[in-house]
Design a binder for this molecule. Structure first.
Ligand code: NAP
Ligand code: ZN
Ligand code: ZN
Length: 352
């Protein structure tokens, strides 16, 4: 198979910093789109994966699954995109497309396992798939999204993971008017969840461990902000939530949030910390609470989310960085010091 070279930043081991690496991209096949990457968001999953916190990483690891870019070449059977189009790629680049879940537009739950954008099995080149911390990517058109007109491109990139991962469960559990909804953790996912839940018409309560984020929480759309370390403030919300979305990246006490869910209400986990989170049986038994999880969203729903964002002028609040600052950005992400998503300006990689 013929290949082209791309520049990237990669981790060579769980302990190594990200550093430049030349990688191969396949020549676009008949249904492939080649995309010059303009911006890539920085998700906490990038860090979990590069540092092997989920114990399944294949090296070298090129992270990045919040990709926005411009089409540079298309295969001869591509119908949806042409050279010059503004496109996006999220967390998946393929799936089996035939199982019941794929047929239902739930490719993220493909029974044969979706091909993730990075650290997936590259079925063309072998080895791991390489993600968006790179200058280009080649993806089958079925897994490419269209960037609607009128959105800031850099601030759109985080919608491809942080956006869809929060939009999808809020839609699935039908969050809307006359509902009290909690969002736990004001990071990349959490800040998008606050914006969506507010736009969907719910009463939104943000839970944060960071007193310095209260004003931002209100500005982003929360009606109330609770400092989760304040036990009295927490207990005032006992048994009152229809729905809570937990977007925390590290160890924390789930039981403190289960206690706030009302009868038949739901706590849904999207955060994926390295270690198991204990749940006390009585916190789900009484009073009959639901404890659930959710992964990203399907391709059609991701396009729906992008179009919804264009219609409502919703994007991420970002800090644009050159790729040479990525290791520093990851350190700050671990210190909960992100306002509220780092996005890499890929021009820095082409120049550097
Ligand atoms: P992030 O930007 O780093 O935000 C995480 C937030 O969690 C922090 O801003 C902080 O909020 C809170 N937090 C961090 N450490 C904490 C601790 N020790 N105790 C309590 N709260 C803490 O991360 P992200 O990119 O939004 O990702 C969040 C999680 O979702 C990650 O585990 C990621 O892998 C996962 N994820 C899952 C999916 C999925 O499909 N389910 C998709 C994408 C990401 P405060 O400062 O407000 O407390
Ligand atoms: Zn992500
Ligand atoms: Zn499938």
């Amino acid at each position: 198979m013929t290949m082209t070279k791309a520049r990237s930043y990669a981790a060579q081991s769980a302990a190594s910093l990200l550093a430049p690496l030349a990688i191969d991209r396949r020549e676009p096949g008949a249904t492939d789109v080649e995309i010059e990457i303009l911006f890539c968001g920085v998700c906490h999953s990038d860090l979990h994966t590069a540092r092997n916190e989920w114990h399944n990483t294949v090296y070298p690891c090129v992270p990045g699954h919040e990709i926005v870019g411009r089409v540079t070449r298309v295969g001869d059977r591509v119908t949806k995109y042409k050279v010059g189009d503004l496109t996006a790629v999220g967390c998946m680049v393929d799936s089996c497309r035939t199982c019941a879940h794929c047929q239902a537009g739930l490719e993220q739950y493909c029974l044969a396992f979706p091909t993730f954008t990075y650290n997936g099995n590259d079925r063309f080149l072998g080895g791991p798939t390489f993600g968006g911390y790179s200058t280009s990517i080649v993806v089958d058109e079925a897994f490419v999204l269209r960037v609607p007109a009128g959105l800031d491109l850099a601030a759109t990139a985080p919608l491809l993971c942080a956006g869809i991962t929060t939009y999808s469960p809020l839609r699935h559990w039908k969050v809307g008017p006359n509902q009290k909804v909690g969002i736990v953790g004001l990071g990349g996912l959490g800040h998008m969840a606050v914006k969506f839940a507010r736009t969907f018409g719910a009463h939104v309560v943000l839970f944060t461990t960071s007193p310095g984020k209260v004003a931002d929480g209100l500005r982003l759309g929360a009606h109330e902000v609770v400092i989760s370390k304040d036990a009295d403030a927490m207990s005032r919300h006992a048994n009152s939530f229809d729905f809570i979305l937990d977007a925390v990246s590290a160890q924390h006490d789930l039981n403190a949030y289960l206690n706030l869910v009302k009868l038949d209400g739901t706590l849904t986990l999207v955060g994926a910390p390295e270690h198991p989170l204990p749940v006390s049986a009585f916190n789900v038994i009484l009073p009959r609470r639901n404890f659930a999880g959710s992964a990203i969203g399907g391709i059609a729903e991701t396009q729906e989310m992008l179009d919804f964002c264009a219609q409502h002028q919703i994007v991420s609040d970002i800090e644009l960085i050159p790729i040479q600052k990525i290791n520093e950005a990851w350190d700050r992400m671990l210190k909960q010091d992100v306002k509220y998503r780092f996005v890499i300006d890929m021009a820095s990689l082409k120049a550097g």
